[in-house]
Design a protein. Structure first.
Length: 72
């Protein structure tokens, strides 16, 4: 990955954790707006990292629930 992608991914991890702690689903959008004011490239990398990580979390939760249903 490039430095932009590395930094954006690390920030995405922190923002997703903060979003869950605060219960604020809009936090990633607010952070992206701050980033975009100075670096649209970094903003896009950040938004992509957030989308990918949230999608992965949802998919893992779905899979866990599906496998849990087998035990019933």
């Amino acid at each position: 990955m490039s430095i932009t992608e590395d930094l954006a991914d690390k920030l995405a991890i922190d923002v997703i954790a903060a979003m869950e702690t605060l219960g604020d689903d809009r936090l990633p959008d607010e952070v992206a707006a701050v980033i975009g004011a100075t670096s649209p490239t970094t903003e896009e990398a950040f938004r992509t990292a957030v989308r990918v990580r949230i999608a992965e979390q949802r998919a893992r939760k779905f899979l866990t629930e599906k496998l849990g249903n087998l035990a019933e």
